[in-house]
Each structure stands twice: as C-alpha cells, then as structure tokens.
Design a protein around this ligand. Structure first.
Ligand code: C2E
Ligand code: MG
Ligand code: MG
Ligand code: MG
Length: 278
C-alpha cells in the first residue's frame, strides 16, 4: 500500500517493494531517455531456406547503454509493456525496420528479402496502429509486401475479433503474418483457420531437446503437419545444431533461424552476410 507524499513521490511500507518500485521507475525513465537519445538499435537475424540461402531476417531489439553495454529484450520489454512505453518503442522499431527494408529493396541482390518484426499485443490493438503503419510506409517508401509481422498466440486469443479485423486491413496492403512462439500458447485450431496467417514459427523451447525428448519431437512434427494442412509456411527458430536441422528437414520444415547459422547481426553486418551468402 503506497502513501502519496507530494507530486510523483510514494513511500512503501515494505522496503523490498519500495526498492522494486524505484528500480522500475528508474528503468522507465531510462527507456524514455533511450528513445530520445537513440540508444535503441535493431539487429537482424538471418532466416535461411533448405539450400542455406538467406531469404530474410527477423529484426530484434537491443538497447545500447551510454556505457556501451548491450541489453536484450528480456531485460526491458516487460517494463516497456507494463508502462505503455512499448507503444512508442514499437513505433520506433517499425519505422527503423521499414527504413532498413526500403534500403534492402534498393539493392538488386537484397531486394527479395523479407523482414519479420515482432509486434506486441498492446501495440497491435492500438486504435491508430493501421494509419500509423501506413504513415511509416509513405515516409520510408518501403514496399510493404516483404514486411512480415510476428504476432503471439496470446494476442490472437485475447481479442480475436479486433485482431482479425486489423490483420485483414493490413493484409490488403500486402503485409504477411507469422504466429510467433507457436505451440506455447492456447490458440485453437478454429482461430488458426480463421486468421489470415502466412507462417507458423515453431517455438525454440521445442527445438532444444528435439533429438532426445520424444514429446518435443512429436510436438514439432505435429506443428509442421498442421502448418502443411492449413497451407501455412513453417519456420523453426532456435536451430543450433546440424542434428536439429536434419530432424526438421526430415519432418518437412525447410526454413530455419538460429545460432547454427548466425546470431542477430548489426544492419551493416547483416547486409554483408546476405550479399555474400547467396
Ligand atoms: P522471439 O521473437 O521469439 O525471438 C527469438 C529469440 O531467440 C531472440 O532473442 C533470438 O536472439 C533468440 N535466438 C535466435 N536463435 C537462437 C538459437 O539458436 N538459440 C537460442 N537459444 N536462442 C536463439 P532476443 O533477441 O533476446 O529476443 C527475445 C524476445 O524479445 C523475442 O522473442 C521477442 O518476443 C521479443 N522482442 C525482440 N525484439 C522485439 C521488438 O522489437 N518488439 C517486441 N514487442 N518484442 C521484441
Ligand atoms: Mg519473434
Ligand atoms: Mg519466437
Ligand atoms: Mg520467444
């Protein structure tokens, strides 16, 4: 129970709660500063087909602190969601990703690559999400047909009607959709069939022990079969070993993302990698 002590100041009876609250407030302040000072960066993790050709990338958010340390989403995305800052950060992510994609589209040898961008539920259900994105397309001159938005099952389940409507609108603009971390949530087959999805992304938690755990192996095979029968592309994330990759291709999955190939790279390094790995 917090007691107000003047403007924006609260005291908690429990020092641990007080400390956690202060830490969270500091993190929020630091994220606002990060937005203003350009401390966020996107890295790009390659996605490859069965001939190990680069077909695209996933944009992954990082935070470069003034002292040079690089923070990963696990350390701040939760706080960004809870504070509502994810809306502004997410807008920055989309603008930056679209500008980069527009840049690729001007290089003959990168023009065909797709770029996947993670979109959080709060962001996707914002009333002005579609016009905001439209504005970014005009501003960056990107061809939206090679933009893919990664949504999560929890978003789809939490507000099916609104989500389906927004997806349909964006679909008309040529955008495609991937269901991220697939298999960890609660989406029903009925949802999958009714949404204009293009891709299922097998969650990396199933990949970890896929060669030794019969249950994980069965789940991965089922997701691939499900994707095939619904006409959806299936991509596996968290592919770390040649054995996992072999398992996937034996099971009929031919698009891969993971440390076996590359970690997420800076825009410059991704460009070098994609242009040399043709
Ligand atoms: P995700 O979308 O499922 O992204 C995949 C995560 O797996 C990334 O972690 C990636 O670096 C990591 N990864 C890739 N290959 C491998 C591998 O072979 N092995 C293992 N163990 N991990 C691998 P990262 O970059 O730390 O991102 C974590 C999560 O943060 C993402 O999970 C996504 O949910 C969220 N996220 C990242 N960028 C954004 C963003 O721009 N906006 C939003 N809303 N969320 C983001
Ligand atoms: Mg993702
Ligand atoms: Mg994922
Ligand atoms: Mg994940």
């Amino acid at each position: 129970q917090a007691k107000a002590c003047g403007r924006n100041t609260y005291r908690f009876h429990d020092p641990a709660v007080q400390a956690a609250w202060t830490a969270r407030a500091e993190l929020e302040g630091a994220m606002r500063r990060a937005l203003r000072h350009g401390e966020f960066v996107l890295h790009y993790q390659p996605q490859l087909d069965r001939s190990s050709r680069v077909i695209g990338a996933e944009a992954l958010l990082r935070w470069r602190l003034p002292d040079g340390r690089l923070l990963y989403p696990a350390e701040f995305i939760g706080a960004a969601e809870e504070s509502g800052l994810i809306i502004e950060i997410g807008r920055w992510v989309l603008r930056t990703a679209c500008a980069e994609l527009a840049h690729w589209q001007r290089h003959p040898d990168m023009a065909g690559l797709t770029l996947s961008v993670n979109v959080s539920a709060n962001q996707f259900t914002e009333a002005d999400f579609v016009p905001m994105l439209q504005g970014i397309f005009e501003e960056t001159g990107v061809q939206p047909a090679s933009l893919k938005l990664e949504l999560t099952e929890s978003l789809v389940v939490s507000d099916f009607t609104q989500t389906a409507r927004t997806m349909a609108l964006l679909k008309q603009r040529g955008i495609s959709f991937s269901l991220d971390d697939f298999g960890t949530g609660y989406s029903s087959l009925a949802y999958l069939r009714k949404l204009p999805l293009d891709q299922l992304k097998i969650d990396q938690s199933f990949m970890r022990d896929v060669l030794t755990d019969q249950n994980d192996a069965s789940i991965v095979r089922s997701i691939i079969a499900l994707g095939d029968s619904l006409g959806l592309q299936v991509i596996a994330e968290g592919v770390e070993t040649p054995g996992q990759r072999q398992f996937l291709s034996d099971a009929g999955c031919f698009i891969y993302q993971g440390f076996l190939y590359q970690h997420a790279l800076s825009a410059e390094h991704f460009t070098q990698y994609a242009r040399s790995a043709h």
